[in-house]
Design a protein around this ligand. Sequence first.
Ligand code: 5GP
Length: 190
Amino acid sequence: MNPGKLIVFTGPSGTGKGTILSQVLACEPQLRLSVSATTRQPREGEVNGVHYWFMSQAEFENKIEHDAFLEHACYVGNYYGTPEQPVNDQLAEGYDVILEIEVQGAMQIHKKRPDAIMVFVAPPSMEELSNRLHGRGTESAEKVAARLAQAETELSHQSQFDYVIVNDDLGEAIADLRAILRAERCRVVR
Ligand code: 5GP
């Protein structure tokens, strides 16, 4: 069996990565989402092992020491990381695996797994991103400001990606990601 493809899906918080992905995952049976670990507090409705593996800082640091992460980063005061073993297992089973991660982690994957397909999701504008993050109401005003500052840095990295999707219209963004997956599955490996 051919191993699956590793896809990195990055973009500033509030660009709609999660919404695009949940719809694409629902119609792409060959695609699996990697469940990340984080030290941030669960939001209302978030379930351990489904949305994230929620853990303490000590647990996370223990996993870093044991080299359990494919990548990890500190983002706005919390750790986030991709457990490596489940990703490798699913790729070996022939599934394509997508990582929804921020830009520092994406760059680590780019170095470690040069075959990974790098996709960046950009907001139509910073103003729109600010409206979405404030409108979502999941973070304090202070945290929203920190995420917006981080977004500026993240946007400056988009030229290092293979594909950029501007999430202006959700249906178009979903179609774009599916088109990328489809084209990559047809790519000739030399
Ligand atoms: P949130 O707190 O909104 O769930 O996530 C904050 C940021 O961390 C988002 O940009 C999200 O994509 C990113 N993120 C989620 N999981 C991981 C991970 O495993 N590694 C890295 N580097 N970033 C992650």
